[in-house]
Structures are given as structure tokens and as C-alpha cells.
Design a protein around this ligand. Structure first.
Ligand SMILES: [Zn+2]
Length: 199
């Protein structure tokens, strides 16, 4: 089941009522990205499917997710005027072990279907970070400090779409949005396969 209204105007999480504009996390924090959307809530069967995709080598699922994103969010992506798609990178040791970066597979499929370039080497992950799910909000931010780096300077003033598998509090995506913004990119958006509940 796709996520329906009412949802947070920033991160897209489902929220209780139409009177609220933002979810709990977005009301609390300041963000560097503009806006983002996700296909599904992170609960069964979606959560199991993402788990198999990442840990049981079901790479083909990534193509299905990319296709779904193209179908459901093309309107948004055109409205945001996205010039470049950037997947959230894995630490290189982790990627070597897994054999692939799950976010890059989804990004490639989406880019191919919409004719938008994908750059999987623009941002790199320099630190192996503690899994975010084991940390609270403040520690998440700290954990991610200096975790990512923009390795090359593309043209400025471009609008970038970050792709990840799961959106929880948004700290990973926002850390990348922050460094892209500093590097001169104009506006940053995101899409993920799944997202947590907003209340
Ligand atoms: Zn939100």
C-alpha cells in the first residue's frame, strides 16, 4: 500500500491530521534538504523485502523499486527539476563485502527510466559508522559528522535527488544534503523505498 495523505510536507511520513504540516521529527529539527517522498511504510511485507534485497542478494528487487519510484514520483521529480541522482554511498569495505550498493541499484534504474544522470561516485562514505538504528537522534548526528565527503565539483546550482533504501529520522540523508549544499548544489531532495511512521 502506497503512502497516502495526510503526510508531512517535508519528509512525507504519514501524520495524524491534515491540520498538522510536519511530523514530529521535522517540527523539531532543521533540515538541509527541501523535501522528499517514499513509496511505502517500513513494515511487513516491505521491510522483509528490503532485508532480502540487502542481505540475501536479491538485487533484482532494486530494479523493481526503481521502476516503482519512476512510476509514482515522476511528476514530483519533474516538478523538482532534478538534474542529477545520487545514491547514499556505503563504506567501501562494506560494499565490497555485500558486493553492491543497494541505493545505487535503485538510483540506476530510476535514472535510466527517466533519462536523468546518476552519479554514484560524487559522494563517498569515509567512515564506517555505527548502524543508525542503534542510536538516538542526537547521537545519530554525531555519528554521521564527517562521515561523507563530496569528492568532485560538478557544475553548481544543480538540483540533486538523493536515493536511499529506508528513511528513519532523516539524519543520513540530511548529512549528505548538508555537504552537497556546501559544495554549491542548489536544492536537494530525496526518495526512499520505505519510511517510518511520523507519530
Ligand atoms: Zn517529516
Amino acid at each position: 500500500m502506497y503512502i497516502k495523505e495526510p503526510r508531512c510536507k517535508r519528509c512525507g511520513k504519514p501524520i495524524h491530521s491534515k491540520e498538522e504540516e510536519f511530523c514530529y521529527d521535522c517540527r523539531k529539527g532543521e533540515f538541509h534538504y527541501e523535501q522528499g517522498r517514499s513509496l511505502w511504510l517500513h513494515k511487513p511485507p516491505v521491510s522483509g523485502s528490503i532485508y532480502a534485497f540487502k542481505y540475501k542478494n536479491r538485487r533484482v528487487y532494486g530494479e523493481v523499486y526503481g521502476k516503482e519510484m519512476a512510476k509514482h514520483f515522476e511528476k514530483w521529480i519533474r516538478m523538482w527539476e532534478i538534474d542529477l541522482i545520487v545514491p547514499v554511498p556505503l563504506y567501501k569495505k562494506k560494499q565490497r563485502k555485500r558486493g553492491f550498493n543497494q541505493a545505487a541499484i535503485v538510483a540506476e534504474e530510476l535514472g535510466k527510466r527517466l533519462g536523468i544522470p546518476v552519479d554514484s561516485s560524487l559522494v563517498i562514505r569515509e567512515k564506517e559508522t555505527t548502524p543508525q538504528k542503534e542510536l538516538g537522534q542526537r547521537s545519530r548526528r554525531k555519528n554521521l559528522k564527517k562521515a561523507f565527503r563530496v569528492v568532485k565539483q560538478e557544475e553548481k546550482n544543480r538540483k540533486v535527488l538523493i536515493i536511499d533504501d529506508i528513511y528513519t529520522t532523516g539524519s543520513t540523508i540530511d548529512s549528505i544534503a548538508e555537504i552537497l549544499e556546501k559544495a554549491g548544489y542548489e536544492k536537494i531532495y530525496f526518495l526512499t523505498i520505505s519510511i517510518g511512521q511520523g507519530f
